[in-house]
Ligand binder design. Structure first.
Ligand SMILES: O=C(O)C1=C[C@@H](OP(=O)(O)O)[C@@H](O)[C@H](O)C1
Ligand SMILES: C=C(OP(=O)(O)O)C(=O)O
Length: 423
């Protein structure tokens, strides 16, 4: 994919639908009683992997345009899959399914692509074993994972990492346990699972960093509309900020507070960003207006990190165009995503002329130097490919993004939307 320096980005866009919420809508719909209608579902490859896994467990799921209809058979309505459950490139599908499958009355096997096979699953396997699960991965903690469904017990568990996937796996398992499950988080991570379970009639309560899950007899179907994904909107926010003569209105973006760290950081960097909030059935949403701005460096760490974990690659691009130094710290989790996002971003930014130093838990970016186009690798990682496409818009000359098809994971219409705002 060839990308040239842009003269300005202008217009209105609606970003791809939220990936995290789309995954969960199918999972919850499948274990609830009744028909759940999900509007504005993300037809990205990861969410289609989730649909595929549930179809293999007998859930009737139909797709019409961007609407998904899930016919749930109740909390104990899933059937033993006749074949392996293939989770593709999706960490969310793999980890949440570990928690949901551990208490079922059948055996199942989970596996994904080459990237999933390298991602740590021990973080979910260990606490699930504490709950009584019979679950094992290869070499301790990698897919393929075999799960013998069994009765689980409630536990008290302090999460060793701020991970919504780990938290959600334990919450889903806790719904089926014979007692309450109490999870404590080191830092708040996205709470879509908690909100959605309550919307489906379950009981998950949160007080400060403690999440209490009550076992449930049944969940009940609940129609919902998925808002736009702030992690996808992030590419257009940064693009509008760094390309001169730009103004983009990004419509219908999910603005759940556990996800809005990017707004805090870009505003702290001097970005001209206006947010207009409006309601949504389960999740808050709103519009974001972004204009070209002179950015300056900042520090990104601590409890901000889980609130913007997937936006760090494109924030590194914003930092490259900002005056002064930006330090990203406390972000070791970036090493175990679809690629090692610290190494990947450092290597690609360096190719473009940016001065970057990697650290144990992040990177230091010295911004404000001339940045030029180049041939960029995507590492088969959708967020790296889109981040480098954004950089290319504001870099001198032209660039090429290799293997751009990985963008289908989370943002199928990315290049079309980009074209629509090019002036
Ligand atoms: O729960 C989720 O939907 C997600 C949680 C995050 O992962 P971790 O929980 O591993 O931090 C995030 O990186 C991922 O894209 C989606
Ligand atoms: C890390 C991501 O997703 P997952 O963990 O679901 O593969 C992502 O979308 O950036």
């Amino acid at each position: 994919m060839e990308i040239r320096a842009s003269k300005g980005l202008q217009g209105q866009i609606t970003p791809a639908s939220d990936k995290s919420i789309s995954h969960r809508s199918v999972m919850m719909g499948a274990i609830a009683k009744g028909v759940t209608l999900v509007d504005n579902f993300l037809m990205g490859e990861d969410c289609l992997s989730t649909i595929d896994c549930f179809r293999k467990m007998g859930t009737e799921i139909s797709i019409s345009g961007d609407q998904v209809k899930v016919r749930g058979n109740g909390l104990h309505g899933l059937k033993k899959p006749q074949e392996l459950l293939y989770t593709g490139n999706s960490g969310t599908t793999t980890r949440l399914l570990c928690g949901l499958l551990a208490p079922q009355r059948f055996q199942s096997v989970l596996d994904g692509d080459a990237s999933i096979r390298k991602r740590p699953m021990n973080r979910v396997i260990e606490p699930l074993i504490k709950m009584g699960a019979k679950i094992s991965g290869i070499n301790g903690g990698y897919t393929p994972i075999t799960i013998e469904g069994t009765q689980l017990h409630g536990i008290e568990y302090p999460l060793p990492v701020a991970s919504a996937q780990l938290k959600s796996a334990l919450i889903l398992a806790g719904l089926y346990a014979d007692g309450k499950t109490l999870i404590t988080e080191p830092k708040p991570s996205r709470n879509h699972t908690e909100l959605m379970i309550n919307g489906f009639g379950g009981k998950v309560s949160t007080q400060e960093n403690r999440i209490l899950v009550e076992p449930t007899e049944e969940l009940y179907s609940c129609d919902l509309t998925v808002p736009g994904d702030i992690s996808s909107a992030a590419f257009f926010m940064v693009a509008a900020l760094i390309v001169p003569n730009s103004e983009i209105l990004i419509k219908n973006v999910g603005l759940n507070e556990t996800r809005t760290g990017i707004l805090d950081v870009l505003q702290a960097m001097g970005g001209q960003i206006e947010v207009t909030m409006y309601g949504n059935t389960i999740e808050p949403a709103g519009d974001i207006l972004v204009k070209s701005s002179s950015l300056h460096g900042t520090e990104i760490g601590g409890s901000l990190i889980p609130r913007l974990i997937d936006e760090l690659p494109v924030l590194a691009v914003a930092a490259a165009f900002a005056e002064g130094t930006t330090m990203i710290k406390d972000a070791e989790e970036l090493k175990v995503k679809e690629s090692n996002r610290i190494e990947a971003m450092a290597a690609e930014l360096t190719k473009a002329g940016v001065s970057v130093t990697t650290t144990e838990d992040g990177m230091i970016i010295r911004g404000g130097c001339p940045i030029h186009g180049a041939e960029f690798e995507s590492y088969q990682d959708h967020r790296i490919a889109m981040s480098m496409a954004v950089l290319a818009l504001a870099a001198e000359g032209s660039s090429r993004i290799k293997d751009p098809q990985c963008i289908q994971i989370s943002y199928p219409g990315f290049f079309e939307t980009l074209k629509s705002v090019q002036r």
